[in-house]
Design a protein around this ligand. Sequence first.
Ligand code: BES
Ligand code: MG
Ligand code: ZN
Length: 494
Amino acid sequence: MKFSSNPQKLKSWNGDVLFIGIIEDKSESALKLLEERYGNSITKNLFQKKFTGKSGQIATFNLLKGLPEQLLCVIGLGQSNQLKIESLRKAASIAIRASSGSEGKIGVVFPWEDFDKEKAVQAVAEAIRLSIFKDQRFRSNPDDHVFPSELEFIGIENIPKQVLSTANATCAGVELARKLVSSPPNELTPEVLAENARQIATDFNLDLKVLDQNDCEKAGMGAYLAVAKGSDLQPKFIHLTYKGEGKIKRKLALVGKGLTFDSGGYNLKVGASQIELMKFDMGGSAAVLGAARAISEIKPSEIEVHFIIAACENMINGSAVHPGDIVMASNGTTIEINNTDAEGRLTLADALVYASKLKPDSIVDLATLTGACVIALGEEIAGLWSPNDPLVEELMTAAAESGEGLWRMPLPESYKDGLKSMLADLKNTGPRAGGSITAALFLKEFIDSSVHWAHIDIAGTVWSEKDKGINPSGATGYGVRTLVNWTLINSQIN
Ligand code: BES
Ligand code: MG
Ligand code: ZN
């Protein structure tokens, strides 16, 4: 979508669709603008429609006499003491949905002066583009899906072009992640995930290394390879590298769980375990590739970012891992696999050892790791585990600014007892209670203690059954916005 800002007042604006936001208890200035443009009857019309400016409310007017625009959307922003960037996101999302069928240029009039303008503009731009994304690749007869293709922020000065291009690049990353997650597992294999990484590397000139099964064997990645053993498809270990211009001051590693399908293995997913949705078990890797795409387009300087994915399938055949097998990860840790369905942490173990060897300042992993996290936090909030307070603060800020839900969870060392094995250094699963915590503690065993590390469990947020406006139903692309924003925060810290 083409975004621009226009310092002109509404009076002299020309376009096809107009969005105007109304604060419930501070409506005078917006109503004045409306009356100036449409005459006094507009207020009466709003009153008749019982429009008060409540959050989420919308009143639409078609074919306005003598004016260029075909559609006016008046949207409620709620009470002034509750006004947040999230209110603008929500209003923008409702308004763009209401303009389905219109084409051309939208103008947006929001109370920009009440916000950090650049952040508000970026949030609204993203909300608009992400709310109308629809994946129709698998339909023979795609629905009509017409929306305006241009958006102008009215009455706002000095918005750097870069803010608008960051919004577009970030959305392209989220859309890529959504497509990857939606893709069915017969189509999106480890090989295809690697091809997607190759496409990014070619388009944006990044370095790419893809290790095949042999390379991984040589590297001693016994935990990862144990998971891949039961599949007819070859595992692909993907490592993309972005290098910004100038002297590198920060080195980051983003690691994503990349199970293109998780059947559970011999601990097969049965009953209500939603095996048919387990294509989304590569949501972490989708977020990492989406972030890679976005970051490569935004091109932050003085920063190096590594994108790492140990991709494979968790399947069953005659060579599949048995419940009870003992394997060795690439750092020499032996693991008794007491549950083949706790496979994500096995693949991540070797990916985290690999990431640690690159000696980054921070590692962040994203994974659809535990059903327990879905129970704890639901569909809108991901869990964050990290022993490092400053890194937690950076990530919490990045997520809050991006409009993605994130909540810090505890990482008590005492729970590590649950992972004690009678024979090996560790078991891969502990007791049912606190399952997301023991999963995080398991991952921590594979991190070099000199590296800052955080783990984000996106099992609940990767997929949404309900249409949530900015996140239409299905794959959400969760994590891309937070990862991109966190990377940008890191490139500005120096
Ligand atoms: N991919 C699943 C986690 C998951 C479950 C994500 C439901 C989204 C929705 C993971 O590999 C898994 O199966 N975890 C097990 C761990 C258990 C065996 C300790 C789980 O959460 O049930
Ligand atoms: Mg599993
Ligand atoms: Zn899994």
